[in-house]
Design a protein around this ligand. Structure first.
Ligand code: ADP
Ligand code: SF4
Ligand code: MG
Length: 334
């Protein structure tokens, strides 16, 4: 019997009603009564304990929506999420509480994700006290000092406010806050994107160290494939709310098969002289207002044919660890 996945996501969909703005107006003029943005269109994914699973894809492909639905910050429109076999997407606020401790999120922007009116001590001690009501004041103080040290911050600075720290230091405080409740699973939504390149590696290494020290499982969202190379065990490539390819990181970088993955990988800046010519993608990611009739990537794909325009490709198991949704791969014409 197959072991229960640590986290399982089944047929997950999320659409947002489009109420205001130019698009809403234009669509209503065209007779669409109730236009929706289809941010997630049937995501199936399992995450194994202890792995660092990276999710990549261009802006607008649904990465943050996936993170927010997974964390219970917004409700899915359809589908289920299981945490160690227990369904969690339909829980009430109170029922969700035990999972809030196990599942933590690190946001993209450490300038907005920390409360500017709370000192670092308050930021870190609040979740510690909330989830461990029995701890004495001294034990909470010790835990805060320990957390600060664990992310290379001087505990003497615990009375300072977020604005007194640099971006990299603030993101380390966010990591400490996430770790403060001893989670099993961390969702990090582009945690390096707003940091200087010089501190990105520092924060990335810190997150990697924490994974090993605490046996953490990560869902790490990024659009930077160089980061993926350093961090991921496995990679999910998303396009317009769908999964294009799931593969081990090594396989993905050496033998990506999906045309979209190939284009992303060919665009990674390389230092050697034999740089692969980047595959040019025509146009931008379309706005996900309609569910596509065929492959979501068809308008930008060099291999699209009639089947691609009419039939949605179903993710297909290529080998033990690789899953690809592409007719051309299935037809072996790539
Ligand atoms: N609250 C919302 N209301 C309406 N549309 C939204 C909302 N959140 C996200 N979207 C839309 O859903 C799509 C996916 O967005 P997002 O998940 O933020 O993508 P990513 O993180 O990959 O850039 C985008 O077209 C975005 O405009
Ligand atoms: S299904 Fe067709 S359009 Fe989509 S990626 Fe494959 S070849 Fe391109
Ligand atoms: Mg995002």
């Amino acid at each position: 019997m197959k072991p229960t996945p640590f986290i399982q996501i089944c047929d997950l969909e999320k659409s947002f009603p489009l109420k205001r703005g130019l698009f809403a107006h234009l669509y209503q003029q065209q007779g669409y009564k109730n236009p929706h943005v289809h941010a997630l269109n049937g995501i199936n994914l399992s995450i194994e304990k202890g792995e660092a699973l990276c999710v990549v894809g261009e802006t607008g492909c649904g990465k943050s929506t996936l993170a927010r639905v997974l964390m219970g910050l917004i409700a899915p429109s359809k589908g289920q999420i299981y945490y160690q076999g227990q369904r969690i997407d339909n829980l009430t606020h109170n029922e969700r509480m035990p999972f809030r401790k196990s599942m933590q999120m690190i946001f993209q922007n450490p300038y907005t994700s920390l409360n500017p009116r709370m000192t670092i001590f308050q930021t870190l001690s609040e979740p510690v006290s909330f989830h461990n009501a029995k701890l004495t004041k001294e034990q909470v103080d010790d835990k805060v000092a320990e957390l600060m040290l664990s992310v290379d911050l001087n505990p003497d600075l615990s009375d300072a406010y977020p604005h007194e720290f640099s971006g990299g230091q603030r993101q380390r405080i966010s990591i400490a806050r996430a770790l403060s409740v001893d989670p099993d699973f961390i969702v990090a939504d582009e945690p390096l994107a707003s940091l200087d390149v010089s501190v990105q590696a520092q924060v990335l290494n810190l997150m990697k160290d924490k994974q090993q020290q605490h046996n953490l499982t990560y869902l790490f969202i990024t659009h930077d494939l160089t980061v993926v190379k350093h961090f991921a065990n496995r990679v999910v490539v998303m396009y317009l709310g769908q999964v294009c390819e799931i593969a081990d990181a090594n396989t993905l970088f050496t033998q990506a098969k999906h045309p979209y993955t190939q284009a992303l990988i060919s665009a990674i800046p390389r230092l050697d002289n034999n740089a692969i010519t980047p595959i040019k993608l025509a146009g931008e990611v379309p706005t996900p207002l309609h569910k596509p009739t065929g492959c979501a990537f068809q308008a930008r794909c060099h291999y699209a044919n009639d089947r691609c325009r009419n039939e949605v490709p179903i993710p297909m198991q290529i080998d033990v660890s690789t899953l690809i949704a592409c007719h051309a791969v299935e037809e072996e014409r790539l």
